[in-house]
Design a protein around this ligand. Sequence first.
Ligand code: AMP
Length: 270
Amino acid sequence: MTASLLRAVESAGAEVGRHDTLNSESAYQTTALADTSFLPGPVLLLGAPGVGKGTQAQFLVNKYGIPQISTGDLLRGNIASGSQLGIQAQEIMSTGRLVDDNLVNQMVLNRLHEKDTRRGYILDGYPRTLEQAHFLDSTLARLSLAPNLPVVAISIVVAYDQLLKRITGRRVCPICKSIYNVHSNLPTTAGRCDHDGTHLLQRPDDTEDVFIERMKTFNDQTAPVVAHYRNLGRFEEVDGDQPVEAVLADIESALLSLRNNSSLVSATSN
Ligand code: AMP
């Protein structure tokens, strides 16, 4: 890692906590309503841009009271705050390429030490390269962070044309991170978030040109990550081209069966 990257990561240590996604903050707020009888442990949501990882992660946050850790949201938080890390990440993100592995790994490591991860967490958009996957596997084995359960991976699959439509139609609330879509999930008042009335925005990388580059990046660098977790065995694939409730039901049943099957597997076998 270059010296300037290291400096960015060091300053990001503090930034990550401060600029974390509201989803993880809302996990604190919803804990009273959440199902705490089930220990979800570390859950990876894998899939191409637009498969619905963020939307599904929000449901799981509310259901189980565990945080969503979205590396994309963490990076955007750093861009919004003008941190050194954000300045370094912004240009790369606008092209659809991936931010440096070391920087993202360190950012995730900092986040995993927060106390709200003790019952589990949803990693959304991480790992995206084999190097990140190996870092995550070895870090969890080495640190034995609570909960001491092995990672389970759920891959959401959606056809290319559908993804293009979803990505270019996606609108996001910059405050609470709620996700809408001009084709399939309109807010009650046009252009305004249902929860806080904030003006909805289109992410700058949700254009067709950048989508094409992000798909290329996914096929080149993230598809091997999906294969890696498939080969490890604690892996399920879910059809993401269904109503969101049906996708959630499939994810929940995949999670329950993966947890039941993996409860006998030591976390150190990561
Ligand atoms: P996302 O919100 O997950 O679609 O991520 C938006 C952008 O952030 C990606 O296109 C990358 O430029 C960057 N990014 C997010 N997560 C990662 C990661 N795990 N590794 C590298 N870059 C990432």
